[in-house]
Design a protein around this ligand. Structure first.
Ligand code: FAD
Ligand code: NAP
Length: 312
């Protein structure tokens, strides 16, 4: 049923950026409404230990996000279970249409829709998604107890996933297209010390191979980018961890973007190319992409939105 809600400030997204914006905007008496989306808590709900959130030597990602949610509620931020499917920015106030049918009419909007896992784009990857191919070790690692697993990628996510998967796997092969990892040194040290993990350098995955009936992964065909040689590496699970793309589908035709679709913001600000629309977190950050920087940008967006609303 269509319902119309008039709000001063709408926040889209419930990761560290969205919740921090919600906390600051609530304390500024802006009565924000925060739409949580299909992944309440955002990307950190898909990981285990977070070791670089200041104030916590170690905290589980889902627990940290539960605490942020509780904090946002406690200061009066209204959290709504909905997914925005369309954003009309050509008229003011702006209109955001929710999957629930609700039309949110907002004077200002903070976009904090974050980022989503990238895929290799292979037909065989699509075919085996959910049947041995995954982009979330914490969600699916448990299914591969005692099996060989492959992780593809060389960043923090790939290394953390490889380490996490050693809890279940008999062996983890990390396939990377270079011979140097992008991941933090502390994570690299842990990876190289782990006897269950074997790095395979200078290789790219060309195909995921498996059985038809039942559908299931048996391994990958990987090419050595230096010699051109193709080899098959056996595994029951393949975890793709090759980075993230900004979740920009709501604004790709309406806001200025750069570097593969990240929202452009003005220097030292969260203002986008449309006045009244602010962007915070991974949606507008192609460089740092951390929980703490996202939270910082959420704070900035709430302060920028407060100034905008008081001036207009
Ligand atoms: P996200 O966390 O991506 O949240 C986006 C939110 O937007 C979600 O709630 C989603 O439901 C919502 N949303 C999206 N589209 C819509 C829509 N159309 N309508 C409504 N809502 C929508 N960083 C660290 O600092 N330390 C770590 O240890 C760490 N570990 C990580 C481990 C993994 C496996 C991954 C993937 C990332 C990790 N990161 C870590 C990075 C960190 O998670 C991100 O930088 C951070 O979550 C970005 O926050 P965000 O608020 O911008 O967006
Ligand atoms: P990332 O840092 O962008 O790394 C992506 C990795 O995948 C790179 O090693 C890249 O190779 C490789 N890659 C990209 N496209 C590929 C392709 N088509 N085929 C094969 N390999 C490919 O992404 P991420 O690891 O997901 O991290 C994203 C952000 O979240 C980062 O800012 C990261 O710091 C943050 N994060 C932080 C933590 C933490 O703090 N503990 C944990 C997880 C994530 P090249 O190196 O050759 O480019």
């Amino acid at each position: 049923m269509t319902q119309t809600r008039h709000v001063d400030l709408l926040i889209i997204g419930s990761g560290p950026a969205g919740y921090s914006a919600g906390i600051y905007a609530s304390r500024a008496m802006l009565n924000p409404v925060l739409v949580q989306g299909i992944e309440p808590g955002g990307q950190l709900t898909t990981t285990t230990e977070v070791e670089n959130w200041p104030g916590d030597t170690e905290v589980q990602g889902p627990e940290l996000m539960r605490r942020m949610e509780t904090h946002a509620r406690a200061v009066g931020c209204e959290l709504v279970t909905d997914q925005i499917i369309r954003l009309a920015l050509d008229e003011r106030p702006f209109t955001a249409i929710g999957d629930s049918g609700t039309h949110y009419i907002a004077r200002a909007i903070i976009l904090a829709t974050g980022a989503r896992a990238k895929w290799l784009g292979l037909p065989s990857e699509d075919k085996f998604k959910g049947f041995g191919v995954s982009a979330c070790a914490t969600c699916d690692g448990f299914f591969f107890r005692g099996q060989d697993i492959i992780v593809v990628g060389g960043g923090n996510t790939a290394v953390e996933e490889a380490l996490f998967l050693t809890k279940f796997a008999s062996k983890v092969t990390l396939i990377h297209r270079r011979d140097a990892l992008r991941a933090e040194k502390i994570l690299q040290d842990r990876l190289f010390r782990n006897e269950k993990i074997e790095p395979v350098w200078f290789h790219t995955v060309e195909e995921i191979v498996g059985s038809e009936n039942p559908l299931g992964v048996e391994g990958v065909k990987a090419r050595n980018v230096k010699t051109g040689e193709l080899r098959t590496i056996a595994a029951k699970g393949v975890f793709i961890a090759i980075g993230h793309d900004p979740a920009n589908e709501l604004i790709v035709d309406t806001l200025e973007t750069h570097s593969g679709g990240y929202v452009v913001t003005k220097p030292h600000s969260t203002e986008t190319s449309v006045p009244g629309i602010f962007a915070a977190g991974d949606i507008s950050d192609h460089i740092y992409r951390q929980a703490v920087t996202s939270a910082g940008m959420g704070c900035m967006a709430a302060l920028d939105a407060e100034r905008f609303l008081s001036e207009h």
